[in-house]
Design a binder for this molecule. Sequence first.
Ligand code: SF4
Length: 335
Amino acid sequence: MEQKDVLLDIKDLVVEFRTDDGVTHALNHLDLQINKGETLGLVGETGAGKTTTGLSILKLVPSPPGVTVQGSIMFDGEDIREQSEKVMMTLRGSEISMIFQDPMTSLNPVHVIEDQIAEVYEYHQKVSHEKAVEKAHEILELVGIPADRGKEYPHQFSGGMKQRVVIAIALAGNPRLLIADEPTTALDVTIQAQVLEMMKDLRNKFGTSMLMITHDLGIVADICDKVSIIYAGHVVEHGNLEDIFDHTRHPYTEGLFNSLPNLNDRKAMLKPIRGLMPDPTQLPPGCPFAPRCDYAMDCCSKSKPKRVYRNDEHYVECHLYNEQNIKEGGVINRD
Ligand code: SF4
């Protein structure tokens, strides 16, 4: 992949939260790459560092207690870490937008929604209020809300409609990167499917790159081109959809798949991953998944596994693999 196709390139990012109770190691040498026009799924359990990754890209990690210790976040060739707050205020909303899980935290309850959308146009495009409201109506229609509902307040909308409004606000600046943090988790299943379908259409229409933060592999299969599996603030497996779904290598990724219901075999028992994520204030010296891993060996608790590539895109970090066996089908064989 030529560098000109890369929109976001995070390398070796280390983020900590330092409090009187200790140091929480939120991101531990995180690498992440999104190409122009692509959707990357960032998948892991609660507490894996997914939201901190999104906030780091927007330079919104609260500081203190957040400290970015090392690493780079290159967005279109410029390091976000080195940008001033003034520059970031222009980038947020116009170049990079974020949709949060709960739409109510993103909407202002005392303003009608057309004004909340119009504000984005007024701020970023410096157009008059009248023109901005006109544009707000256009984008409302685009997300499937009749323009005349723009005069209503957030509480007059259902959960799914509110999330559509939030997506309209996120898209109003025509961002090149959209970060969606569990955007449909708070919605019921049918509304979830509608909102995802709409996001897919809009992404295709505008060519927006997307970081889809989720714990749901079903959503990944539906909307993503590539997948990064994150555990304890570090990407342990990465590949395209086929790599991850058909050639799974990491025991944690296998565990995520085993925790999904099997529609072809309804009697099959779900097999959740045993145990819990490690305490992020006391990460073990070796592989952080070792206490929960069915394949753990002596070396696993002592040293961190190195990255091994199965092909140009697909890599895994696990002591089970070397350059030979990762290609042959490896230890976990879903090939
Ligand atoms: Fe399991 Fe060891 Fe691989 Fe970690 S390195 S996932 S403990 S086999």
